[in-house]
Design a protein around this ligand. Structure first.
Ligand code: SAH
Ligand code: SF4
Length: 400
């Protein structure tokens, strides 16, 4: 099997999620980047590079541990490998992460990284430290094909999907910055700085399914970063045909950008609803927890003044999701310049939350974090873009 023909034919292919054949990620000099290769792909690539087939599995395990458990970036440091094998690795492979262009640290400890990927495109990664956990919000695409009317990313065209390596790379560079790789010989430290991952940055992860899956498999692999599947939450706007696959092939927790309780309103807020409406989405969600054995689905609900924030909405939401193990995450709208909506008042948000809470649902209201560095959902990239645009445009004409 060559690295490029890992079988994928068993997955249903719909028109929207056609899987394009993927090229081996190569650096400028023809070396293959190890980051992002699945175990099978790495094995095939090692054999291609001249590793005897009999040794290949063991070699994969060794290289894997160095790269994903110890965080080593230099083949020369892989001390349990023979010198000539290390030389072969250095000649044919590289260990390359996306480049951190800027890092901002908020007063509340939230960190935001602007990360440059091949082609000069940029995405943002946000680290949110909380009591007893640290959540890393990562991106799956540059821009988005969908056009949710309240989302700043939705105003930016899709530039491209991130590769599996660029997705895993976001996790690795956050660990670099936090100094989280284990130190050889030091006592084992079980505290996790990046303890949770949310795919809630830029892009629709289920429109980049294969790369997101491969990246999350690497993150979950026990011989490496080893984050449990329940520590990963994938947020989708509702790409129904990929929901069952998410349960089967990734097995992580699911969050859904629900945001409305009638098709009429959801059509406007989350236009993918015109393709897969509320009833179709809910039917897919009802099967998810059994498939993935996960506890609850998170329903994300952005609070928009006068649009989706009435008591009637709250009661309708309860009726709609009845029977689904759920928690409801209320997100006060993060306003961005030119946005066609306003954030609901605090009173409205609390009244809405109370109704859901009294119906038995955990209803956290997302507290804005990292506001001084514009690190909130739907604002990723916008601050950076704004800064850049304001250099070239007169004030009041930011083009956003
Ligand atoms: N594309 C995926 C994941 C990225 S968006 C999705 O839509 O689910 C992550 C979450 O932030 C989603 O629930 C999204 O609806 C929400 N969001 C986007 N823009 C926002 C804004 N301006 N204010 C509050 N939440 C926003
Ligand atoms: Fe894309 Fe999600 Fe934003 Fe909708 S909310 S435009 S799916 S990133």
């Amino acid at each position: 099997m060559t690295p490029t023909d890992i079988p994928q034919a068993t997955a249903p292919i719909t028109q929207d999620v056609l899987t394009l054949p993927r090229k081996m990620p190569e650096g400028g000099d023809g070396r293959i980047n190890i980051i992002g290769l699945t175990r099978d792909q790495l094995r095939a690539a090692l054999i291609d590079a001249g590793t005897p087939e009999k040794q290949a599995k063991m070699r994969v395990g060794q290289v894997w541990q160095w790269v994903y458990h110890w965080g080593v970036r230099d083949f020369g440091q892989m001390t349990n490998l023979a010198k000539d094998f290390r030389a072969l690795l250095a000649e044919k492979f590289e260990i390359a992460l996306p480049e951190v262009v800027t890092k901002q640290v908020s007063r509340d400890g939230t960190r935001k990284y602007l990360v440059r990927i091949a082609g000069g495109h940029e995405v943002e990664v946000v680290y949110i430290p909380e009591e007893g956990r640290g959540t890393l919000c990562i991106s799956s695409q540059v821009g988005c094909t969908l056009t949710c009317s309240f989302c700043h990313t939705g105003t930016q065209k899709l530039v491209r999907n991130l590769t599996a390596g660029e997705i895993v790379g976001q996790v690795m560079l956050a660990r670099d910055d936090l100094g989280e790789w284990p130190v050889q010989g030091a006592p084992k430290d079980e505290t996790r700085l990046v303890s949770n991952i949310v795919l809630m940055g830029m892009g629709e992860p289920l429109y980049n399914f294969d790369n997101v899956r491969d990246a999350m498999k690497i993150v979950m692999d026990n011989e490496g970063i080893a984050l449990g599947r329940r520590r990963i939450t994938l947020s989708t706007s509702g790409v129904v045909p990929e929901i069952a696959r998410t349960a089967e092939e990734i097995g992580c927790l699911l969050a859904v950008s629900f945001h409305a309780t009638t098709d009429e309103v959801r059509d406007k807020l989350v236009p993918i609803n015109k393709k897969w409406n509320i009833a179709t989405l809910l039917a897919a969600l009802r099967t998810y927890p059994n498939l993935s054995n996960s506890e609850r689905i998170t329903f994300e609900y952005v609070m928009l003044q006068g649009v989706n924030d009435t008591k009637e909405d709250a009661y309708r939401l309860i009726e709609l999701i009845r029977g689904i193990p759920a928690k409801i995450n209320l997100i006060p709208f993060n306003e961005w310049p030119g946005a066609p909506y306003k954030r609901s008042s605090g009173n409205r948000i609390h009244a809405f939350a109370d109704i859901l809470y009294n119906a038995g649902y955990a209803t956290p209201i997302r507290t804005p974090r990292g506001e001084d560095i514009m690190a909130a959902c739907g604002q990723l990239k916008s601050a950076t873009e704004r800064a850049r645009k304001s250099k070239t445009r007169p004030e009041g004409e930011t083009g956003l």
